[in-house]
Design a protein around this ligand. Sequence first.
Ligand code: ZN
Length: 126
Amino acid sequence: MIDIHERAPYQRYLEGLARGALVYQHCNHCQSAVFYLRLCCPACGSVALTLRDSQGLGTLYSSSVVFDKEHNYNIVLVDLDEGFRMMSTVLDCAAPSIGARVKARVEHQQSAGPRVVFELAEGGMA
Ligand SMILES: [Zn+2]
């Protein structure tokens, strides 16, 4: 019998955010890092996935600035040290450089719920 939580990966992601954690899955079969959360490993198909907390440290893989009438913002792809990639934004930095080291935190927005955002990490460039 499958645990009901195994059927709701996004719910488990939201539960992580609620306690301030960025969670991902580790495949016990092929050792892949899996993100976003899924029912089975996209690399090998195994359902033996373990939920883990990320340390939130990563390196910018790409960085784009969106020019907007209200305010400009950036959209980045971050390679987390645990081996997965995610899209987000770097706050308090107009145009972060590819290769910059960043640290994640959970931002609780009034209107749209919690999200993972990044800030430049101590040490700057990788
Ligand atoms: Zn796998």
